[in-house]
Design a protein around this ligand. Structure first.
Ligand SMILES: [Fe+2]
Length: 409
C-alpha cells in the first residue's frame, strides 16, 4: 500500500501525486456485452440462453415490477425466469441481499438478471458475492482508513452470470463494484472484476416509460462519473477519452430529453453517455463528490441521483485549486468557448450549473428533504469513504467536507 506524500500549490491546497506516471496505462476491459437498440428487451430470452442461464432470478424493486418494461422482460424470458426477487430498496441493504441469496441458493438459480437502476444491479452483484464467496456480506467489503490507506478486498471466487436491463443513467451496472447499506446506515463498498456484468441491455424505447426526473437526476450522476474520472488520481488516456465523449453526449442529450421526454434518440444519447461514464469509473474510480453522495444517501436518505445533482458543481469548485488544467480540458465538451485555462476551468463549473437548470434537477440540499442536523455526521462518515483516496485534492479533516455541505445547503 503506497502512502501519499503532499505537494503544496500556491493556493495552499494539497495535491497528491499520480499513482502511475502520466501516460502509463494499467487498463482493464471487463468483457461485458452491451446491446442498445429500440425493442432489444424483447430478445432477452435468447440472450440469457446464450449465457447458459436456464434458471434465472429476476432482481428488481416493487415499482419496476409494476412496469410495462417488466412485463416485456418476463414475456421474453418465458419459463427461464424461475423466480422474481422484488425486494430491492434504494441503496440496497445487507439483510435484503442476504435473503435474496438464500432464495437463489434454495432454487438453484444459475443466472441473475437485474431490472432497474443502480440499486437493482448492486443487489444482484451482492447476491452473486454471497453465492460465490460464502460467509457474511460484511466480510467482503473493501476498507479505507483516512486519509490515505485503501485496502481492497479481492473476491476471486467464480460468480453466477450477471445481466442487467437498465432503467436509469446511474451506470452502476457497468462497473465491477457496488455499494450496500448496512444496519448502521454506512455504505459497504465492494469491487472485483468477477462482478462485471456479462450482458447489459439498454432499450431507449422502453426507457420512455421511466419518469424524466429519474433519468435527469441519474444522468447528473453519470455526468459526475465522467467529471471525477477526468481529474481522478487513477485517470489514464483511455478513461480520459471515454470521459470527454460522455460529457459531450450528456450535454447534447440531457437538455433534449428534459424538453421532450418521449424523444427516443435523446434517451439513447443519455443511456450511451451514462454507459461511457461507467467505463470511465471502472478504471479511474471516483473522488470526494461520490464520497459525499454515498453518505448523503446512506445516512441522509437522499437518492444517489438527487445527491449527485446538487453536489457536482460544489465538488468541482473544491477541486479547482489543484485541477484547473483538467477542468479546462473538459470545458469544450461542456460547450465552453476557448479562453485562458483559469477562465475555462471556471466556465466548466458554470456550464454544469447551466445543465442543472436545463435538466430541472435540484440544486440545493435544503430542497431535498434532508435533515440539516445530519450534516456533521455525514461529513464525518465521508472521511471513511475510499473516494477520498482517489480524489486529486487531499482532505484531512471533516471540516473541509462540512464546508462543502454547507455551501450546497
Ligand atoms: Fe455514482
Amino acid at each position: 500500500m503506497s502512502t501519499m506524500t503532499d505537494s503544496t500549490s500556491d493556493t495552499g491546497a494539497q495535491r497528491a501525486p499520480d499513482m502511475l506516471p502520466a501516460g502509463w496505462l494499467d487498463y482493464r476491459n471487463t468483457g461485458t456485452r452491451v446491446l442498445l437498440r429500440p425493442g432489444v428487451v424483447d430478445t432477452l430470452g435468447t440472450e440469457m440462453a446464450t449465457l447458459g442461464c436456464e434458471r434465472v432470478m429476476v432482481v428488481c424493486g416493487g415499482n419496476t415490477r409494476k412496469s410495462r418494461l417488466f412485463e416485456r422482460v418476463m414475456a421474453a424470458l418465458g419459463p427461464r425466469a424461475i423466480t422474481v426477487y422484488d425486494q430491492v430498496v434504494e441503496h440496497s441493504s445487507v439483510d435484503m441481499v442476504t435473503r435474496g441469496a438464500e432464495l437463489a441458493r434454495e432454487l438453484r438459480v444459475d443466472g441473475l438478471l437485474a431490472v432497474g437502476g443502480g440499486s437493482a444491479s448492486d443487489t444482484a452483484k451482492a447476491i452473486a458475492i454471497l453465492l460465490g464467496e460464502g460467509g457474511r456480506l460484511e466480510e467482503h467489503a473493501s476498507r479505507f482508513i483516512p486519509p490515505d490507506q485503501f485496502f481492497p478486498k479481492p473476491l476471486p471466487a467464480p460468480k453466477l452470470p450477471l445481466a442487467a436491463v437498465v432503467t436509469t443513467a446511474s451506470a452502476a451496472e457497468v462497473t465491477p463494484g457496488l455499494g450496500v447499506r448496512d444496519a448502521q446506515g454506512r455504505k459497504l463498498l465492494f469491487w472485483d472484476n468477477t462482478l462485471a456484468m456479462r450482458l447489459i441491455v439498454l432499450d431507449p424505447e422502453a426507457n420512455v416509460e421511466v419518469p424524466v426526473r429519474v433519468m435527469a437526476t441519474t444522468a447528473m450522476n453519470g455526468l459526475a462519473h465522467s467529471v471525477e474520472g477526468l481529474y481522478s488520481r487513477l485517470r489514464n488516456p483511455i478513461s480520459d477519452a471515454l470521459a470527454l465523449h460522455s460529457i459531450r453526449l450528456f450535454r447534447q442529450s440531457l437538455p433534449r430529453m428534459a424538453q421532450d421526454p418521449a424523444d427516443v434518440d435523446a434517451r439513447a444519447g443519455v443511456l450511451t453517455a451514462a454507459h461511457l461514464s461507467g467505463m470511465v469509473i471502472s478504471n479511474a474510480r471516483v473522488g470526494i463528490h461520490h464520497a459525499v453522495c454515498h453518505c448523503l444517501g446512506a445516512r441522509g436518505g437522499l437518492s444517489h441521483g438527487v445527491a449527485n445533482s446538487v453536489m457536482l458543481p460544489h465538488a468541482m469548485a473544491y477541486n479547482l485549486p489543484v485541477c484547473e488544467r483538467e477542468l479546462a480540458t473538459m470545458a469544450p465538451a461542456l460547450g465552453v468557448t476557448p479562453g485562458t485555462e483559469p477562465e475555462m476551468a471556471l466556465a466548466a463549473i458554470a456550464q454544469v450549473r447551466e445543465l442543472q437548470r436545463l435538466a430541472q434537477v435540484p440544486t440545493r440540499l435544503r430542497d431535498t428533504g434532508l435533515d440539516r442536523s445530519l450534516l456533521a455526521a455525514i461529513a464525518q462518515d465521508t472521511m471513511s469513504d475510499r473516494g477520498l483516496y482517489f480524489n486529486p485534492r487531499r482532505t484531512d479533516s471533516a471540516d473541509a467536507v462540512m464546508a462543502l455541505l454547507e455551501a450546497a445547503w
